[in-house]
Design a protein around this ligand. Sequence first.
Ligand code: ATP
Length: 360
Amino acid sequence: MSFLQLTGVTKFYGDTCAVSSMNLSVEKGEFVSLLGPSGCGKTTTLQMVAGFEAVTQGRIELDGRDITHAKANTRGLGIVFQTYALFPHMTVRDNVSFGLEMRKLPKAERRERVRDALALVHLEAHADKYPRELSGGQRQRVALARALVIEPPVLLLDEPLSNLDAKLREEMQFELRQIQRKVGTTTVMVTHDQSEAMSISDRVVVMEGGRATQIDHPHNVYEHPRTRFISTFVGKANLLEGRIAGDSPNQSVRIGTLSVDVADAGFRAGASVLLSVRPEKLQLVASGSGRLDGEVGERFFLGSQWLYRVATPIGELMVLCPNDGRDALEEGARAAVDWPDHCTRLLPADDETVVAEVAA
Ligand code: ATP
């Protein structure tokens, strides 16, 4: 039995289904992110785990205990919101100590635990300051210390870094992960930022329209996306519409004039499919020596990489090349596009098939 288990968890607001039959098993010590676009049901799912929203159907269990209808304050979970919600009239130390006072812990123990929590987030030197005297990143760390000091069985984070600027956000992502590893608290985080979810989670739950469409390790979500949506929401992808030719196991995909051999993908002959290939898996080689001849339409300098848009007989392809010191291709240059066989993924043209499978 998993530490935190959601079984068929569903939430209706009137006629609106915000979360549909969510099944999720989170192991003790795991860091899981709920990832998806605005309105897909991430926050509602987190709020049901926290006990702030009632569950319409389904069950939530924590360490074997059914908490589906337990009051929020009896669940003992640590929660950090986007807005930090610090008490402005209290010092950092008092903010962090608050939860322990509520639990009526003896003063000496409180002092020790607050000191440890502040050391964990590197804020010992700021203990006597007020929230208004801190930077955004420091406030975020106070909120984290306040949530962790009660030693909760599960830490719930709702877009905890979204108020921070890009640079600080990236630093805090690593810090958050380091702190979580150190204390080992089971963590569920809501984010709409795919790179954030990928870089700090053990597993990612991708949500679309209230449903979980893929629950997997970040690398698998990226390399083996299950839906068209995931392949473009998580990173960039070239999606080529084609049809399966031949019978299993010797199948290929016909995309206009191009034929690509595929391993036994389990599609019937004639099925409509999408061949997905990531831009960084494509290479630009000399004309006539690749799979498709083309012409560079536009190029964009991204610092460590160049992004090319290349016109080919089967449509425009995005190609990402490392900025490795070689001269970049000019707009209008002729080049061929190539890729290793194992770098393509086949997706059903219709996402409904996948959604039905995940829900089953
Ligand atoms: P965001 O990233 O924008 O916060 P989200 O993925 O967290 O989005 P939710 O806030 O969980 O999405 O909302 C899921 C759906 O439920 C949306 O269609 C939203 O409009 C609806 N919803 C959320 N809260 C309520 C509410 N209190 N009353 C009615 N509908 C709601």
